[in-house]
Write a protein that binds this ligand. Sequence first.
Ligand code: NDP
Length: 324
Amino acid sequence: ENDEINVCVTGAAGQIGYAFLPLLLTGQCFGDKKINLRLLDVPQAESILQGVELELQDGAYPLLKSIKTGSNESILFQDVDVAVFIGGFPRKPGMERKDLLTINGNIFKKQGQALDTVAKKTCKSLVVANPANTNCLILAETAKSIPKQNFSALTRLDHNRAISQIALKAGCSITDVKNVIIWGNHSTTQYPDVNHGTVLGKRIRQFINDEAYLNNAFIERVQKRGGEVLAARKNSSVMSAANAVKDHLHDWYFGTKSGEFVSMAVYSDGSYGVPKGLIFSYPVTCSNFNYKIVQGLNIDEFSKEKIRITTEELLSEKADAFSA
Ligand code: NDP
């Protein structure tokens, strides 16, 4: 029905899932749509998943129409409108990047096949589990009957971190900062770009007037913020990741404000010289659960080099993932 939406969350017994579900069920992603919720996790997490279900009942959320839980994608992806992929195999000490890509690649192939077979063809996917861009690419390449335009990976946390750092530096509020960009991979090679952004309507570079900061400490801080949180909290950035999942889905679904863009990792179409067929974070505008990559931005030499570095990393992740 039109006033309902079927949403599946994978890795739903995990930490980000736990922080995200209350945001989803209080209408912060899809407004007052009633939610048919499907929670997927591995069989070993069954008891935890049941505990989450008990708490969701106790939340007495008026928007929660139904819940299904389990570990079978073919059942839980049936007719989904939105799939949020949070579940992934974590990097363990001593593990090579290629091993991680292979293990997660296999998970995302399996999930892509199920999505292809049983989800709605209009289903929108958001991948959070790392390496998010490459996991998303495998998902999109496997679920061939669903348009590539329907797949995205999360770089909104990086985007929000960049906005917040600029607001702190400028001594203004979050809503005064607009149009920062995260280019490329959700990793430390990402490029947080302030060249097209504004603070209180003035160019960020003019307003802040500190080139050394913007070209070095700012970029590095955003790139390595996950590590900073991990070191302080002795746990990963869960609350802010869940909040970014909410922002990503909300803006994709309801649309971005006029004259404003956000960052989403999406299937590259060759824009800005990035090879086609990577999941690459771009500035996008959204409306009606569709996005468009912002075109015509002038990219200076400094930015070109940063974009080249993150592109190289994504190409090598892709090569590793597809050579498995
Ligand atoms: P979290 O819920 O904390 O994180 C889930 C995934 O999100 C990880 O891959 C994590 O990457 C990634 N992530 C992306 N951005 C961020 C960010 N900013 N901060 C933190 N993490 C981020 O992990 P849990 O271990 O609590 O939960 C994972 C769940 O997935 C478990 O319930 C597990 O059973 C399930 N799982 C499912 C699998 C499957 O579906 N086949 C396979 C393996 C696990 P990173 O590892 O880099 O932190």
